[in-house]
Unconditional design. Structure first.
Length: 251
């Protein structure tokens, strides 16, 4: 997005279809849904990151009330401080889809008060070259009333996948990863960070290990020890041993 500003319709539909598969498999309400949380794996498939504040096992009819998320992607019902359901996911999908196709956010202001006002009562504007199918999909996803939003009914994501915009997509092949992604990163290993901005990868690491007796100690497992092998060259990688020592002291 940084280099292309916006995607072609075919690329957008395929990327959005990948996203639909991810959201359906997670089956949770993603309160922190935004473009920055969408990553690509080594094969070019979308992976959703940062589920730190998500609410798990939210299905049709279930509600939650936590106020959290990236301001530009917050749904109107979250701003109204009402209980909300899985429909906030589809609002977030709409914002990301709009950003992919239009090259900008549907509602934006540096002033958060003005931004929230636009999200609540602002009208959508579309580029003249946007296809009727794309425009109709965006309008459906960005409906202010969550009960009328595309995907907001009991059929959930099925309402979206059946939209005309996704007509060329073979969902079963996509689910089985049989469709070639439009872009595949050229990486040499799992630790290759060449696609990340050097502004971030060159930052000095500030270690913030927890105090030895802070909070309940988790059981040290072989899986955790295996994970530590990925960090053997880091200056701080002793927390597994520390956990074991603390656990032994408390026995």
């Amino acid at each position: 997005m940084v280099y292309h500003r916006k995607f072609a319709a075919t690329t957008t539909s395929l990327r959005q279809a990948h996203l639909q598969v991810q959201l359906r498999s997670k089956y949770s309400s993603v309160a922190l849904f935004c473009l920055e949380n969408l990553l690509l794996d080594k094969d070019g498939h979308i992976k959703i990151a940062d589920f730190g504040l998500c609410k798990e096992d939210i299905s049709f009819g279930d509600r939650t009330s936590t106020f959290c998320g990236t301001p530009e992607y917050l749904a109107p019902e979250v701003l109204e401080d009402n209980d909300y359901g899985r429909q906030v996911d589809w609002w977030g999908v709409g914002v990301v889809l709009y950003e992919m196709m239009c090259g900008r956010l549907p509602f934006y202001s540096k002033d958060h008060k003005k931004l929230f006002e636009l999200i609540m009562i602002g009208e959508l504007r579309f580029p003249s070259k946007l296809s009727p199918e794309a425009k109709n999909l965006l309008i459906g996803l960005l409906v202010k009333d969550p009960t009328q939003r595309l995907g907001g009914g009991p059929d959930d994501a099925l309402e979206i996948t059946q939209h005309d915009f996704f007509a060329p997509i073979d969902w079963q092949k996509l689910y089985n990863k049989e469709i070639e992604p439009p872009f595949k990163p050229l990486v040499t290993s799992e630790t290759d960070t060449s696609y990340f901005d050097k502004e971030f990868t060159s930052e000095a690491v500030q270690l913030t290990p927890p105090p030895a007796r802070a909070g309940p100690l988790a059981t040290v497992t072989e899986e955790l020890e295996d994970m530590q092998n990925n960090f053997v060259q880091f200056s701080f990688h002793q927390h597994v041993n520390s956990l074991r020592e603390n656990a032994e002291m408390m026995e």
